[in-house]
Ligand binder design. Structure first.
Ligand code: AMP
Length: 396
């Protein structure tokens, strides 16, 4: 038995989950928020109990100290040496990483060189890694990349039709995101496909950030997010794919800079922008049911963009054996799943049990036996994937 920590460091937050491996038992989980402030928040859950306190956490190193202190105080670990490895979520692994990697000096330098492709995320991940290294200098550290699973795409799936010089000089191409989740879902989905020789899976990770991935024989062949997580389907606050001239046109119309418009496309668009109600699908659905026309349009738009990608990937895969719904909306929103399924059923020959669809946050089979493609809900678990990969390096 060994204790392995999965860490997700953001610019002002540090989320963590401690696993007992190989059992994959969660011993505790928590979050330090508002790092850098006098009134930061530290919360932890363990053994059915929880605690939240407001206190100064001026940097990530202090946050890591708090994690360690809290785990010792609650008796989750008796000695910090019980933690044998720490796995770090890294958003952008660029062209360098097609799998998880030991977090050594070379990995650190490559992640640093990728900061221009994910300015907020990669910088914060490095701060988190360095903070852990300071407090736990002797443990195995592993970097687990959101982009790694998508590195199996072929050039015609990841190349943008821009001048070759830009593609090569600036590494400007599709990288995708949510790869750890899509990999987990595709592995978990295999149990629904006994005897299928070359499984074709369309995995829909639909939360406030959302992406769809086409997976053949366990490998990603196409994914909806692009250079950054702004691309693909419409999301809570993000546009998803747009005609690139929208940027130019709106900058001219409004006098805003490209950077300002980019922020609007990231933070004020999607459900928020179209519905003008909220970025949260629950609020938008409630408003639509109360007759709000903008909310109704935003839902139809969201549904159609998802159906478009599922159709595209059905062709890309030469058919499909399994469609998986996951993440906040995919796992919980009965209405959204029903809308999407009704949109794709005529073309794909689905047969759906809409009573079985009335499920939230639980794994479930939604399709009937006569459906041409199986449809399931599988709750995602990125942390357990991080812990699995990290534990594998520790055992080597
Ligand atoms: P995520 O980013 O994966 O946490 O997903 C956030 C999205 O999931 C938001 O749009 C929420 O409205 C949606 N969501 C979360 N819980 C529920 C729920 N119980 N019912 C419907 N939608 C939900």
């Amino acid at each position: 038995m060994a204790k392995v920590m999965a860490v997700n460091a953001g610019s002002s937050s540090l989320k963590f989950k401690l696993f007992e491996m190989p059992e994959e038992k969660v011993l505790c989980s928590g979050n330090a928020e508002r790092i850098g402030h006098e009134d930061a928040i530290f919360g932890m859950k363990w053994n059915g109990e929880s605690e939240k306190k407001v206190l100064p956490i001026l940097d990530h190193a202090r946050a890591v100290e708090l994690v360690v202190e809290a785990m010792l105080e609650k008796g989750i670990v008796k000695d910090m040496n019980e933690i044998v490895a720490v796995g770090h979520r890294i958003v952008q692994g660029g062209k360098y990483f097609s799998k998880s990697e030991l977090f050594n000096e070379d990995t650190e330098a490559k992640i640093e060189s990728l900061i221009p492709l994910a300015p907020l995320h990669n910088k914060a991940h490095l701060v988190g890694f360095r903070a852990f290294k300071k407090i736990l200098p002797n443990v195995t550290n592993v970097a687990v990349f959101d982009t790694a699973f998508h590195q199996s795409m072929e050039p015609e799936d990841y190349t943008f039709p821009i001048p070759k010089e830009f593609t090569e000089k600036y590494d400007c191409r599709r990288y995708g995101a949510h790869g750890t989740s899509h990999k987990y879902l595709s592995e978990m989905g295999l149990k629904y496909l006994p005897g299928v020789e070359h499984p074709r899976i369309i995995s829909c990770h639909i939360g406030s950030g959302a992406s769809i991935t086409a997976i053949k024989d366990g490998k990603c062949v196409a994914t909806s997010m692009g250079l950054t997580p702004l691309g693909g389907i419409m999301m809570g606050t993000r546009t998803g794919d747009l005609d690139p001239s929208v940027m130019n046109y709106l900058c001219k119309c409004t006098g805003k800079s490209v950077e300002e418009m980019y922020q609007i496309f990231n933070k004020q668009s999607g459900f928020q922008g179209v519905s003008t109600v909220s970025n949260d699908s629950r609020d938008v659905i409630a408003a639509a049911e109360a007759g709000n026309k903008d909310a109704q349009l935003s839902i139809r738009l969201f549904t159609r963009r998802i159906a478009d990608f599922i159709g595209q990937y059905y062709v890309r895969l030469g058919g499909a054996d399994l469609i998986i719904f996951s993440a906040g909306i995919g796992e919980n929103s009965i209405e959204s799943r029903e809308d999407i399924l009704k949109e794709i059923t005529p073309a794909l020959g689905l047969s759906i049990d809409y009573e079985a669809n009335k499920v939230r946050g639980k794994e479930a089979l939604l399709s009937k036996p006569d459906s041409k493609i199986k449809v399931v809900v599988i709750p995602t678990d990125e942390e357990v994937m991080i812990a699995r990969d990290t534990f594998a390096f520790y055992k080597k």
